[in-house]
Design a protein around this ligand. Sequence first.
Ligand code: NAG
Ligand code: NAG
Length: 199
Amino acid sequence: MFSKVFTFLLVAFIGQILADPSIDSKPTGMSEDLKLMELMMYQSKSGENMECFSVYLPILQEVDTQYKIDYTKCWTDRQSGASAIEERYSEPRSNLSSTAYDICGPLLECEQKDSETQSVFECYEKVGTEKSTPLNNLTLDGAQLAREIAEDFRRIDIIADACYAESYRTYSNDRNDAQARLEDCLANGLSETVTTIMN
Ligand SMILES: *[C@@H]1O[C@H](CO)[C@@H](O)[C@H](O)[C@H]1NC(C)=O
Ligand SMILES: *[C@@H]1O[C@H](CO)[C@@H](O)[C@H](O)[C@H]1NC(C)=O
């Protein structure tokens, strides 16, 4: 009876490991599964206290699931932060873009197929002089906005890094705790362990 439950849980557990929900938002640091499987293999030979698995595997899975939820929340918050930054700079961006057209368009128009060479040269001189201040402004505006947007991204990255670190801290604490209780249960039996937890 217990071995059936055990087999079911082991299969479900391996399925969980192999299932890869999303490459980009995949939590990092979930590497303790092999140790747990070793423990399961080892214990299945002795056959002792197998009921511990049916109690603690769901708890461990719950811890893993919670970590995936927390980690994904950090990831989606970072994504929407990035979208908000893109949104915030879309007007300055299209303004600079139209400024670039205003500067380059008239210069490119100097070269007319039918016009005299002399007048083309004079056009470059005239338009180039007119556009040198706007071009200088475009350069300075581009530099300024590049600094601002880099600072905005840096800010959301700091928040995201703290979020990832916090979700991992919670995960590894809960995971270590549940695993220690499982190992205790495997060594001492379920009733012993429950009594210990109650105290
Ligand atoms: C963009 O250009 C429009 C129209 O010239 C102007 O009203 C607006 O203030 C500009 N926005 C920015 C962020 O430069
Ligand atoms: C260039 O920038 C200066 C200072 O911001 C501004 O006063 C001037 O109107 C701008 N000139 C052009 C042609 O964009």
